[in-house]
Design a protein around this ligand. Structure first.
Ligand code: FE2
Length: 361
């Protein structure tokens, strides 16, 4: 009898846990390549409470897990539609795989979505309307990546965007190098690269500040990342366009942040050596466009975080500055490409015409 009751309680317990499950993020598509992709969604199984008195547990944190499915054997340059979970609209989405050849495409770069969720929502809606083939985030997705309560907010704000495009993230300092970032986006290594048509795109991790506090560990990590970057850029030599994305800008017109991190400045000679078409960063909450030795340096941190003044243009480098919520759209069409910054109301802030690397210099 006791055994039967125990089995019943176990079953009831199991059902109770399942019944409490709710989807609080996604579906979203990550790690998209010409032949593979992963569709993921975030599940909240329960809530945990915390307080400084036994009967006052005011701090509530969702208990999260990511569920995902990976597909292989896909074809390049196709649109795939999915039903990630359930039967209804909420589980539906789509993504495109990168084309193998020089087919025209467009993508969006945006970042610093960590606060002012109403603004973040407007930016995400504007990007969704542009129907990009994929989006790149320059980091600081949330204010504190270790706080599980913040991720459902990020994903619900981005819901309509992420269910119809592929998402490529980069680590900002506000992610705090948290395990959740790696789990939710299925990240093995936070610096990586991919090809899309005739473009090569490299994403770096410049958030060395959240690595273990050992000079030696950080130096070793950065040295290895730079070695990887050089090898990667050498491999991508044949691409008509190369874009490099990372969080901390080497050049900024925000006075109190000028000077550039020693490590980040070490990226600059490689950008020039390998004729990178444009570098796109976040971290400073505004739009900036600088030009140095043929390389465009764009700061796009206008995704929602409080705006910063652009009060100190860089002599001989700065092309355009604006303290504005925005995103950056990039269109690639054969041997030409166009970078445009759009304010959240659709106004064009800046337009940059790019020639292919072979023709540019
Ligand atoms: Fe940042």
């Amino acid at each position: 009898m006791f055994r039967i009751v125990r089995v019943f309680l176990l079953l009831a317990g199991g059902l109770a846990v399942q019944a409490a499950d709710k989807i609080v993020g996604g579906p979203y598509t990550i790690n998209v390549g010409p032949r593979s992709a992963t569709v993921a969604w975030l599940v909240q199984s329960s809530e945990a409470r915390l307080g400084t008195e036994p009967d006052k547990l005011a701090k509530v944190a969702p208990v999260l897990r990511v569920e995902k499915v990976s597909y292989t054997g896909l074809e390049a340059g196709k649109t795939y539609y999915y039903q990630a979970f359930g039967q209804g609209e909420e589980g539906k989405g789509r993504f495109q795989t990168p084309p193998a050849g020089p087919v025209p495409f467009q993508f969006v770069v945006y970042g610093d979505t960590r606060s002012r969720h109403d603004v973040h929502a407007r930016v995400a809606q504007a990007i969704a309307k542009a129907e990009p083939d994929f989006v790149l985030h320059t980091g600081d997705l949330v204010a504190d990546g270790t706080d599980s309560a913040q991720w459902p907010v990020f994903f619900s704000t981005e819901r309509d965007l992420l269910r119809k495009t592929a998402f490529f993230p980069s680590l900002g300092n506000h992610e705090r190098n948290s395990r959740q970032y790696y789990e939710f986006f299925d990240v093995q290594l936070p610096y990586y690269s991919f090809d899309w048509g005739n473009a090569h795109i490299a994403v770096l991790n410049t958030d060395l500040g959240n690595l273990p506090r050992s000079r030696e560990v950080r130096d070793t990590y950065w040295k290895e990342e730079l070695r990887w970057l050089e090898e990667d850029l050498a491999r991508g030599r044949g691409a008509d366009f190369v874009f490099v994305i990372f969080h901390h800008p080497p050049f900024t017109a925000v006075k109190r942040r000028q000077g550039g991190d020693r490590e980040v400045m070490q990226v600059v000679p490689l950008m020039e050596k390998y004729k990178v078409s444009a570098v796109l960063n976040g971290h400073d909450h505004n739009y900036q466009h600088h030009l140095k030795d043929g390389v465009r340096y764009i700061v796009t941190g206008g995704g929602g975080a409080p705006l910063y003044d652009v009060d100190a243009p860089l002599a001989g480098l700065t092309q355009k500055l604006e303290r504005v919520e925005h995103y950056v759209g990039i269109q690639v069409n054969g041997k030409s490409a166009k970078i445009q910054a759009f304010a959240v109301d659709g106004r064009v802030i800046d337009t940059i015409d790019l020639k292919s690397r072979a023709e540019a210099r």
